[in-house]
Design a protein around this ligand. Structure first.
Ligand code: ATP
Ligand code: MG
Length: 872
């Protein structure tokens, strides 16, 4: 029996023997594409070639690509674990032809590989072909059918509709018919009973699609019409885990050697046996699947977080925790304990799992623990909702409550429903669905971008000249309109450009495009499938004239300083904190830089100082830049360049070196470190478990910071009469102040005692009530103290009424003894009534109440009013 590893190798060997270049998998997490968060198919990394933005280096390519299908167009998350052949993360084996071979070879080789090389039983194979689509004038894909007929009887070739058998990249762009290969893995007996043909595309777990061959031959335009594609493309994708299942004679992907060790480890940890119980089996599959996804996304640089891609990863982890909690009785963190097993099975092929083991475990453990706490809180909330429904005699809880549980506490609807059912309740599903729809709608509207067709003036692609020039004579190749959030913008593609397009954490250049007739502002430069596009608010009136593209050089220089400083900081951090420091993210703007890296505790102020000193020393050394452009990766490694896992690099790379700092980098840099001027770290914080963030500034920004610090200092000195030793003067002031405060407190206490005596002496009896009246300036807490003291001394028939003022603000106070309260008086009502006279309001308890106001003049009248109210 072939092992998973042997199967992966055999695929690569087969296509290498057919003249294909074998390339590495691109990272699963996509950093520079606004339309896609994760790689969801083998073709993603070749999108720029398929769109014609860059020329293919090889016309035939094959690989095994890590894919993730948990968001957007491909989202299999809810199926995973419930079925046995959809994963969140899986490997897709694929072969490509860029303008080289087409349908015949694609079909013949797929057959040769599956049947001649791997010896799959041809009687168990079926192929689908596109049946055509009248409204668009598309005929059946007879060409593909003819090639299949060489290998398969007509009864194994099935027509498929537009939905299943016509592939499109998006609303616009390359598209074409596809042909899927399905396999029937049922037993001989079952096959004799029911014809496999009837089960293709019928969601039968053992009659499944394994390989999809896409034949891109059209381009879909924005008006939805189709035109022929100049260079036709073959794009195939085969599910590696499904192929392993077929070859290893299993009926579930989870029974293959890809997943068995993980399933075994989960069974061990939870003291359950896989195969004993449907719910716990599902839970084990969910966890075995999800732990791979989370570990790989962490090594690719995407940690769980509360936004975007990070949130998707967090939700996947939570789904695993929740299944473990509910069905395997795991009430404390345990998923992180599976990492050693994952490394045993995949560490060879993916060494980043080994080198980042500690980080992966730490992040997962912390996420698990924090979610388990949320889960407990959610359980309590649900208990309360159930309790309320019961006491209210209801049979249903609101959809809103179910949605809150889903949205805030990560309770999937099925879990909530399960618990409700145990309590003879259900949820309002219509309301839940509508809330869910609204949320999706909101997300979609926020991200919606409408793009027009490209208008091509001249064929060609862009040459980037921005490493050497910040101004260049250019001409316009094509442009298009985009609409986003009610704003109309244009994207321009130039034949050459000095503008750096946002990538590798460095923001895009801004500047102007100038012609004889006009000047157009470039507000941003971004990459779209590797093509630099210049974003402008208005289209040039004259499109086909020579233009000068001019980068805003001040901003560029500030960016370059921050980018070079980032490299020096990276190196210094490793020297000060240790070799475990690894970049986890970075942002370089003209104003500042941000650098995220793996490290397990707070960076101390002393360590920060050390890093600053090291970097600033290297800045003063004025180390010149050595730049290596277009060198092979191997050579870059020999130079000692630090490669980041999860960064996608072409086969040739650029290396940036300042002395001992050597990094793979496509960004713009200073000519020598002296140009950075100076670097200052302004903050250090935590971004996630095991990941710290440093923010820093350079050059003129440091000057600004020093200036403002100096100004504050000078102002302080001025306040203290320019004392030479500010430190001891301020200390003295603080001590004196504390002493004075104490004295005042003592004075006040004495005053309180004297005042109380005086008040008692002036007590008046009106209608059998002992009225004590106060009317003078006084701090508010003193009034309160006195009120309570008087109440302690005179327990019967006491009414203390006060109208005081403090810093121009009037305050009314009423304190009553309990017997007066019992007889019906209410301090709160009295104070509120009297407060009208000082334009204020307040309240309190029946025995004690206070009210503030605006009108000091009204205090005397208010006191009169309060006396009237307590004695009447
Ligand atoms: P299915 O209908 O089974 O979901 P698909 O039509 O979504 O498959 P494609 O987009 O054509 O699949 O992907 C190519 C191949 O990748 C499929 O033939 C299948 O073998 C594999 N594949 C697709 N989705 C998954 C998944 N979630 N987990 C594992 N393998 C998958
Ligand atoms: Mg699918």
């Amino acid at each position: 029996m072939l092992t998973a590893k042997e199967i992966r190798e055999s695929f690569k060997n087969f296509f290498a023997s057919k003249g294909h270049q074998i390339v590495p998998s691109a990272p699963m997490v996509i950093k520079d594409d606004p339309t896609l968060m994760f790689t969801n198919a083998g073709m993603n990394q070749f999108k720029d070639i398929i769109l014609g933005n860059v020329d293919p280096r090889y016309k035939r390519v094959a690989d095994s690509q890590k894919c993730l299908r948990v968001s957007g167009k491909h989202n299999d998350l809810e199926e995973v674990g419930l079925d046995t052949y959809h994963h969140t993360m899986f490997e897709m084996l694929g072969n490509w032809s860029f303008g080289d071979y087409f349908k015949k070879e694609a079909i013949d080789w797929a057959w040769e590989y599956l049947v001649d090389v791997l010896k799959l039983d041809p009687e168990r194979l079926y192929a689908t072909v596109f049946e055509g689509y009248e409204p668009e004038g598309l005929e059946r894909d007879n060409e593909a059918a003819i090639y299949w007929e060489k290998h398969l009887p007509a009864s194994h070739i099935i027509n498929g509709n537009r939905h299943d058998n016509f592939w499109e990249m998006g609303d616009t762009g390359p598209c074409g018919p596809c042909s899927e290969i399905h396999i029937d893995l049922r037993s001989e007996k079952e096959r004799a009973e029911v014809d496999g043909l009837t089960l293709v595309n019928a969601s039968h777990p053992q009659v499944i699609e394994i390989w999809n061959l896409v034949f891109m031959q059209y381009n879909r335009k924005a008006d939805a019409t189709l035109e022929p594609l100049p260079a036709r493309v073959i794009d195939t994708g085969m599910g590696f885990e499904r192929l392993c299942m077929a070859l290893q004679g299993k009926t579930s992907n989870y029974d293959t050697d890809v997943f068995q060790p993980l399933i075994g480890a989960i069974a061990n940890l939870s003291n359950k046996k896989y195969g004993d119980d449907n719910s716990s089996d599902i839970a084990m599959r969910v966890i075995a699947d999800h732990v791979r996804t989370i570990a790989f996304s962490i090594t690719d640089g995407q940690l769980p977080s509360n936004a975007k891609a990070g949130y998707v990863i967090r939700r996947i982890l939570r789904r695993a925790v929740r299944y473990g909690y509910t069905f395997l009785g795991q009430h404390s963190a345990f998923i992180y304990k599976l990492i050693p097993t994952l490394i045993d099975t995949m560490g060879d092929a993916y060494p980043e799992l080994v080198s980042q083991k500690e980080l992966i475990e730490k992040v997962i453990k912390e996420e698990e623990e924090s979610f388990l706490r949320t889960l407990e809180t959610g359980m309590k909330l649900l208990d309360k909702v159930i309790e309320d429904a019961r006491t209210g005699g209801k049979k249903k809880i609101s959809g809103k409550d179910a949605f809150t549980l889903y949205d805030t506490y990560g309770f999937p609807l099925d879990l909530t429903e399960l618990i409700l059912k145990e309590n003879d309740l259900s949820a309002d599903l219509d309301e839940f669905d509508s809330l869910m729809r609204q949320q999706k709608e909101r997300a979609r509207n926020a991200a919606a971008v409408e793009t027009g067709d490209w208008v091509t003036l001249k064929e060609g692609t862009t040459e980037f000249v921005g490493y050497d020039y910040t101004e260049y004579e250019v001409s316009l190749l094509r442009y298009r309109q985009i609409k986003q959030k009610n704003q109309t913008l244009y994207q321009l593609v130039l034949d050459k450009t000095p503008f750096y397009a946002e990538s590798g954490g460095q923001v895009g250049d801004t500047g102007v495009i100038v012609s004889e007739f006009e000047t157009i502002d470039v507000i941003d430069t971004r990459k779209e499938n590797n093509l630099p596009v210049h974003i402008v608010k208005q289209l040039p009136k004259h499109l086909e004239v020579p233009m000068m593209a001019c980068v805003d050089t001040d901003k560029r220089a500030a960016c370059a300083a921050n980018h070079s400083a980032t490299h020096l900081i990276d190196e210094a951090l490793r020297e000060v904190l240790g070799e475990h420091v690894e970049q986890k993210g970075s942002l370089v703007t003209p104003d500042s830089l941000r650098f995220d890296f793996s490290h397990f505790q707070k960076v101390t102020p002393e360590e920060i100082r050390k890093v600053e000193h090291l970097v600033n020393a290297r800045i003063r050394e004025n180390i010149p830049l050595t730049e290596y452009r277009n060198i092979p990766i191997a050579e870059a490694r020999e130079l000692g360049a630090i490669a980041l896992f999860g960064e996608k690099y072409g086969e040739e790379v650029r290396v940036i070196r300042f002395g001992s700092s050597v990094e793979f980098c496509g960004g713009t840099h200073v000519k020598a470190t002296g140009n950075i001027g100076m670097m200052k770290i302004v903050s250090e914080s935590s971004v996630a478990a095991g990941v710290r963030r440093i923010e820093a500034i350079t050059g003129a920004k440091v000057e600004e910071l020093l200036d403002s610090a100096q100004d504050t200092m000078n102002e302080l000195r001025g306040l203290f009469n320019n004392a030479p030793d500010l430190n001891s003067v301020i200390r003295k002031h603080i001590e004196e102040n504390a002493g004075l405060k104490k004295q005042i407190e003592e004075f006040l206490k004495e005053k309180e005692a004297v005042l109380k005596e005086r008040l008692l002496k002036n007590m008046q009896e009106i209608n059998g009530i002992n009225v004590i009246k106060l009317n003078c300036p006084m701090p508010s807490d003193l009034v309160k103290n006195i009120a309570f003291q008087l109440r302690g001394e005179i327990t019967e028939n006491l009414a203390f009424v006060a109208g005081t003022y403090d810093a121009g603000k009037p305050l009314l106070t009423v304190m009553l003894s309990d017997n007066l309260v019992a007889s019906g008086l209410n301090a709160s009502a009295i104070v509120r009534e009297a407060a009208k006279l000082i334009q204020g309001g307040g309240g309190g308890q029946p025995h004690f109440a206070q009210a503030g106001g605006k009108n000091v003049e009204g205090v005397i009248a208010a006191v009169g009013k309060m006396i009237e109210l307590v004695t009447k």
